[in-house]
Write a protein that binds this ligand. Structure first.
Ligand SMILES: Cc1cc2nc3c(=O)[nH]c(=O)nc-3n(C[C@H](O)[C@H](O)[C@H](O)COP(=O)(O)OP(=O)(O)OC[C@H]3O[C@@H](n4cnc5c(N)ncnc54)[C@H](O)[C@@H]3O)c2cc1C
Length: 311
């Protein structure tokens, strides 16, 4: 219930106006968002890098309303790529397809993405694509495969795949066939039972099955790299134990988490020699991202409630 409430709030303009103008809410959001400028983000990245942790840099934003906005977003991400190269940051770039113009059709979206990925390719910066609502999965995957074919010979290009979708089993097979790289996530959107698993244990079971597939020698030989994007201790411990059991070394997979979530665990894993990468967002359009973080966990929502009450 609470999850659906916050996901609905993330789409409400009235709630956005209220929350973003309320200083305590802005302060609370900083647990999950590095700031509004790229400099604030870079400072968080440098701190994480110094502690042996890599980063996924992301300028927050989604569902642009004009092509010009989508092109501006691509230019903003190009600036992130130049900044990563200049400052020699241990970071890759994560992109939300709707922000780069997925809503304007496959061709426009591809061209806009390709303009960004070309810059990343020249600078040798890895790229990851987020996955959004189920209605957008076909277009996102089609564009991912084209980018992988054109630029995947040199840079790491990965795509988020949502475990909760019924279609994922088939998508995973295609991804392996194409030698793609996966960020395996449970899935963050409200999807109907016809489209997605609704049960936590069923999602975890499916996630373990996909992780085992990506850890297998056969799939790793195809060049496919596994990143698990999750804070779930059950999944993380399972991955570490299974990799150990299968004789997969620590460099052959990665654990990704979000800024502000389970920070002690992020450090513990990095100190144990595992590859850890943290999704660090920044930007002025932080509201829907913040609401989705609250939707994931009642304790996060309490943080906001306390800030609203204490004013
Ligand atoms: C790097 C990254 C990238 C992502 N990209 C996408 C994407 O492109 N598309 C998409 O749909 N979704 C994405 N997600 C979100 C993802 O789909 C899930 O909605 C989100 O990660 C919550 O699921 P979970 O696996 O972390 O565990 P949950 O099911 O939320 O939690 C399971 C358990 O984890 C522990 N836990 C979780 N949060 C905390 C906390 N704050 N403190 C302490 N313990 C905690 C608790 O024990 C909890 O019971 C991404 C997530 C990450 C980490």
């Amino acid at each position: 219930m609470l999850r659906q409430f916050f996901i609905a709030l993330s789409q409400s303009n009235m709630a956005r106006r209220f929350v973003t103008r309320f200083p305590p809410a802005r302060i609370t959001s900083r647990q999950f968002i590095s700031g509004e400028t790229i400099d604030e983000c870079v400072s968080v990245v440098k701190d994480l890098n110094a502690r042996g942790i890599s980063v996924l840099m992301n300028e927050v934003g989604e569902y642009v309303t004009t092509r010009e906005e989508a092109q501006q977003a691509a230019q903003s991400f190009q600036k992130i790529a130049y900044r990563i190269a200049e400052d020699k940051l241990g970071a890759s770039i994560s992109i939300k397809p709707s922000f780069l113009g997925l809503g304007f059709g496959k061709e426009f979206f591809y061209e806009n993405m390709a303009s960004l990925v070309q810059v990343a390719y020249d600078l040798d910066i890895p790229i990851e694509m987020d996955m959004e609502e189920s209605k957008d999965v076909d277009t996102t995957l089609a564009v991912y495969y084209r980018l992988l074919k054109k630029f995947g010979d040199r840079i790491h290009i990965a795509i988020a795949i949502q475990v909760y979708l019924h279609r994922t089993q088939a998508d995973v097979q295609k991804l392996i066939h194409a030698g793609g790289n996966i960020r395996l996530v449970k899935g963050a959107y409200n999807e109907s039972p016809a489209i997605a698993l609704q049960n936590h244990d069923a999602v975890n079971q499916a996630c373990m099955m996909y992780m085992r597939t990506f850890l297998s020698e056969e799939v790793r030989k195809k060049g496919c790299f596994l990143a698990l994007g999750s804070h779930d201790p059950v999944l993380i411990e399972w991955l570490l134990a299974e990799a150990d059991r299968m004789g997969v070394d620590k460099e052959s997979f990665e654990i990704q988490m979000l800024q502000g979530v389970r920070q002690n665990e992020q450090q513990r894993l990095a100190d144990m020699g595992y590859q850890v990468r943290i999704y660090v967002p920044y930007g002025i359009a932080w509201y829907p991202y913040f609401m989705r973080r609250l939707a994931e966990r009642p304790a996060n929502a309490l943080l906001l409630a306390r800030s609203l009450v204490s004013g």
